[in-house]
Write a protein that binds this ligand. Structure first.
Ligand code: F6R
Length: 357
């Protein structure tokens, strides 16, 4: 039930820190160590390449998951949009393992891929929020996201729970390979949950941002590099689906290859910066769009901020930055939809689970 909340979406945004803490506790063994099902560990170890499949927000979680798996565990990963996979099937590696990411576990596009790859004799792991869902039953293995029912059409807590499970999977995989990665998943995820809470408690600031950048606009751009780019894709999807503002996420480096032509006086650009390695580059992209009149809302992580930045998010491990940086973007979408009088929980033309291809 919504309780005191005006919308499920706001309730689900607020639940995220406790969802992350819950995910951690569900994947801790008796000694408090992170551990996943040994069959899944073996399947991961026995594969030479992971193929992540998802749609919409779950696809965006997959993009972040690829980075986590590659950086932490040195496993090659490809991420594919489910609906495209069947036409453009990649040349598969010798021992592929498929990871289906789906909040509902019922998405027809994702199921289409699962059915096809099972016919080919490959194994699949489903990461889902719904135990007993079709994608869970039809896959060989399941990891649950334990986020509790997600009612709002726009996915929020399921996405961050997917990121937490992908972190745990990547960590477990690195450990199983005997790699010493110097990353404490329990400690770092709990710090990230605290940082998420801090962002959630800054709703007034987010309302202000929406007033100043989005009250009258028809469009909005989100720019970032590396993993920030993937979070920008998610922020743009949230904004367009519930506020109907045309929004696009772009890789900072791609702007000059075309998109920058769309920037005019007053165009809102949300820029994200959480990774030290790309700080200089994204700052110069911000200069480029500002020189063309863009009104830039810079969101940076503590330690990388400059005094003119609009919002500073608390410092967390760079692997976990998306868990925290997505919160202001979810809230921007929420308040933009609210101010425009949109039906936040049930946006037009959309269904919670998409069971047609
Ligand atoms: C966006 C959203 C959709 C879903 C997509 C996949 O907020 O909710 O993009 O993420 O339809 O749904 P699942 O994860 O249930 O397969």
């Amino acid at each position: 039930e919504k309780g005191p909340y005006p919308h499920y979406m706001l309730k689900e945004i607020d639940e995220q820190p406790s969802v992350i803490r819950n995910v951690v506790s569900k994947y801790q063994d008796r000694n408090g160590e992170i551990a996943i099902d040994s069959n899944i560990r073996e399947a991961m170890k026995g594969s030479d390449r992971i193929y992540i499949i998802g749609c919409g927000t779950s696809f965006h979680a997959g993009l972040v998951g690829k980075q986590l798996l590659e950086k932490m565990a040195d496993v090659p990963v490809e991420v594919h949009v489910a609906s495209e996979f069947l036409y453009n099937r990649p040349i598969l590696s010798g021992k592929p393992l498929f990871i289906m990411i789906s909040q509902s576990g019922e998405t027809a596009d994702s199921r289409g891929v699962l059915v096809e790859i099972k016919k080919l004799g490959y194994r699949a792991l489903t990461i889902t929020n719904v135990a007993g869902s079709t994608l869970s039953r039809e896959a060989d293995y399941t990891l649950l996201t334990h986020a509790g029912p997600e009612i709002a059409v726009a996915s929020t807590k399921a996405y961050t729970a997917q990121l937490a499970v992908l972190t745990i999977l990547a960590y477990d995989c690195a450990k199983a390979k005997g790699m010493d990665i110097g990353f404490d998943p329990v400690g770092e995820l709990s710090l990230a949950a605290n940082a998420m809470e801090i962002m959630i408690n800054r709703k007034e600031k987010m309302e202000e941002i929406v007033w100043s950048y989005l009250s009258a606009t028809r469009n909005c751009f989100f720019i970032g590099r590396s993993v920030d780019y993937f979070v920008c894709l998610e922020g743009a999807l949230k904004l367009k689906e519930i506020s109907y503002i045309q929004a696009e996420g772009f890789a900072g480096g791609e702007l000059k290859h075309g998109t920058i032509a769309l920037i005019e006086e007053g165009t809102p650009v949300v820029a994200l910066l959480t990774q030290a390695s790309i700080a200089g580059n994204i700052r110069s992209n911000v200069q480029e769009v500002m020189a063309r009149g863009a009104s830039v809302c810079m969101i940076s992580m503590e330690g990388l901020e400059e005094s003119s930045d609009r919002l500073v998010i608390p410092k967390v491990h760079e692997y976990l930055a998306p868990l925290v940086s997505v919160i202001p973007l979810q809230l921007i979408a929420y308040y933009a939809a609210l101010f425009r009088g949109c039906d936040v929980d049930k946006p037009r033309n959309l269904a919670k689970s998409v069971t047609v291809e």
